[in-house]
Design a protein. Structure first.
Length: 100
């Protein structure tokens, strides 16, 4: 996993790491919209941009104007995939009438 989602949360920064299983079915944008709290802006970042030292993790900050990749959705459910189109059966070929 090379991307994570960050957003402001209770005076600090929350970091969301999508699982490979979730990324196999949904985009990171869909995961962020679902899992970031409703109405909160978020940013998708490289995991290398997140500090490795977690000693002062509760002191991490992010400028709200940098959270420009989306906003948490109202629902915490993934959108339903579109229904597959119903295949149209071709009409059977009409046999030419043989005249004698």
């Amino acid at each position: 996993m090379d991307k994570a989602v960050i957003y402001q949360h209770e005076g600090g920064v929350a970091v969301l790491y999508p699982t490979p299983e979730a990324l196999a079915s949904w985009t990171i944008e869909q995961i962020a919209e679902k899992d970031v709290p409703h109405g909160r802006p978020f940013k998708i970042v490289d995991v290398t941009d997140i500090p490795v030292d977690r000693t002062f993790r509760n002191a991490w900050e992010v400028d709200a104007s940098a959270l420009t990749d989306g906003v948490g959705a109202e629902s915490n459910e993934f959108p339903k995939p579109p229904e597959p189109a119903t295949p149209v059966e071709p009409e059977p070929a009409q046999a030419d009438e043989v005249q004698s």
